[in-house]
Design a binder for this molecule. Structure first.
Ligand code: SAM
Length: 198
């Protein structure tokens, strides 16, 4: 997307309320969820890592793990490498071409770029037995609908909005532990966590 060529401008959008506050809430929710999961992943994949906003947190929570950030946008990824190249590895790659199995997959505010069923099948195919996936994304709410409209008109990019319910049938409870929580009602953001029952 055009916006991701202008990485500094992209980051500027997150420097002012209410987006700044929503972002802090989303990161805090992710940290809380990861602590609750209480896992020791040997490897972690940050899908659509952008400029690497999560890398310091992941390194703090998982000092021993292999952390890999992937992103389809080279400018975003280059900034991530410049900032966090010592803390993690990075690859300029479309998630659908990624092949290495993982203990933990995080999709933080990049889920709207993916069609639901294919991306869930991809995530399932990559998770190791007992592995977990945590998704932070925007559901149907005033802000996300306005945001979706502006992005489609100005940037000609389709964003997909899902609700926590859309995930339930894709993760049958016989095989998966799934739960979700709203992060911000107005933004429509929620966190969804799924773990593969061994
Ligand atoms: C809204 S940004 C979020 C970036 C970062 N997670 C953050 O919160 O700052 C969405 C990111 O997803 C990336 N992305 C979109 N489609 C992708 C794909 N198919 N594979 C990998 N990355 C993708 C974009 O390039 C962009 O950097």
């Amino acid at each position: 997307m055009l916006l991701y060529k202008f990485t500094k401008f992209y980051e500027l959008l997150f420097k002012f309320p209410p987006v700044l506050i929503w972002r802090e809430k989303a990161i805090n929710s992710l940290e809380k969820e990861l602590k609750n999961l209480n896992i020791k992943p040997s490897n972690i994949l940050d899908v659509g890592c952008g400029t690497g906003i999560l890398i310091s947190l992941l390194r703090k929570l998982y000092p021993q793990s292999e952390i890999l950030g992937i992103d389809i946008s080279a400018p975003m990824l280059n900034l991530a490498i410049k900032r966090y190249g010592k803390l993690a590895k990075f690859k300029n790659l479309d998630f659908f071409y990624f092949k290495e199995r993982q203990d933990l997959i995080i999709v933080f505010h990049s889920f709207t770029y993916f069609p639901l069923v294919p991306v869930i099948e991809k995530i399932k195919s990559l998770l190791n037995p007992g592995g977990s996936c945590v998704i932070v994304t925007n559901g149907r709410a005033p802000f996300s609908i306005i945001h979706q409209f502006i992005v489609s008109k100005l940037l000609r990019t389709k964003l997909n909005i899902y609700s926590p319910k859309d995930f339930q049938s894709l993760f049958p409870h016989t095989k998966w532990d799934l739960h979700s929580r709203i992060i911000s009602q107005f933004e429509g953001s929620f966190i969804l966590s799924v773990s593969n029952k061994i």
